[in-house]
Design a protein around this ligand. Structure first.
Ligand code: SF4
Length: 321
């Protein structure tokens, strides 16, 4: 097991009170496996990603345990934490420009990342050697003319090129787990497909585990082995992608699957999920999905269902009590 999340809780202190973004979350990711965290915006999926790389804002508090390759992530400090970010876990953000320094050429940024990693590991740094690694990294993400791209500043690159540079950076750092937070949502559809294909190829080639955070099940379907569906900070359903899509068991997953645009469906057949996600400062009592659930029962209004194993899934729903 590469990633093991146990009893994770992430909350933010706000002027209106505590906002619990992730609650009582348990799941694991195997080495070389790809898990897509899906759900509507505000369901806690990005907070989960940020907690794993320890990049939560100062008003955040967290409880529970996150283990990456046996390392207790919440206990890391200083140099060990810096080494962990990059060497063990690498995060790609929604806006790739946030991952790059706008006033530094691409080559300087990539070389600095390698140099820092070498220093952390007490290994010798050789600029010529590192340059070769960087060029190989860019070739690895199928970037045409890598030597030209290396001499450019981020603003001289297109959105697709920047995202490739960031993925190339992940490649040269060779993390054990890549956390991609909506990595294609700022890109147009063609580039989106190319970047997804790339992440899939890199996962196969380098045996990296991938945590793919997205609101779009259709995009995640192409890269993920399993779906972890989140609603209002909690796990709703976790299971293999094919089975979750063809036979969703949780009413929220069913609603998400029905809202996926599909070639065979006419536009009028798409079913929008009724209602809106809850106010996380005052989430509903009982099952957090009950105000929107077409299968709601009396017990759902007052008792929050625990997570149960049903066949090859984990489910949080009273229908499976
Ligand atoms: Fe619907 Fe009840 Fe299941 Fe919640 S617990 S998803 S309200 S049936």
């Amino acid at each position: 097991m590469l990633l093991d999340v146990k009893g994770l809780r992430v909350a933010y202190r706000t002027v209106y009170g505590d906002l619990e973004a992730v609650r009582s979350l348990d799941f694991a990711v195997e080495k070389g496996e790809s898990v897509a965290i899906v759900g509507e915006s505000g369901c806690g999926k990005s907070s989960l990603g940020h907690a794993i790389v320890r990049l939560l804002p100062p008003n955040a508090t967290y409880e529970g345990e996150v283990l990456v390759d046996g390392k207790d992530v919440f206990s890391l400090k200083g140099r060990r934490l810096r080494e962990y970010r990059g060497s063990d876990a690498f995060m790609i953000f929604q806006d790739p420009l946030n991952s790059l320094n706008p006033v530094k050429r691409v080559d300087r940024q990539m070389l600095e990342a390698i140099r820092t990693q070498k220093i952390m590991r007490d290994e010798p740094y050789d600029e010529e050697e590192a340059t070769k690694v960087v060029v190989e990294g860019l070739k690895g993400v199928r970037m045409p003319d890598p030597e030209v791209i290396l001499r450019r500043y981020p603003h001289e690159l297109s959105g697709g090129q920047i995202q490739r540079v960031v993925i190339a950076m992940a490649l040269v750092m060779k993390p054990k787990i890549l956390i991609a937070d909506e990595p294609t949502s700022a890109l147009d559809v063609t580039i989106q497909a190319q970047v997804m294909k790339l992440i899939k190829e890199l996962k196969a080639e380098y045996g990296m585990s991938v945590l793919f955070i997205t609101h779009d099940m259709a995009v995640a379907y192409t890269v993920a082995d399993r779906f972890l569906v989140m609603y209002a900070g909690e796990l709703s359903e976790l299971g293999p992608v094919d089975k979750v899509v063809t036979r969703p068991l949780h009413p929220y997953t069913t609603a998400l699957v029905n809202s996926i645009p599909h070639k065979s469906k006419r536009e009028g057949d798409l079913v929008a999920i009724p209602g809106s996600p809850p106010n996380m400062l005052a989430p509903p009592s009982g099952c957090r999905f009950h105000p929107r659930c077409p299968k709601v029962m009396d017990i759902c209004n007052t008792v929050n269902p625990g997570v149960k194993q049903v066949e090859d899934r984990l489910l949080r729903c009273h229908l499976y009590d």
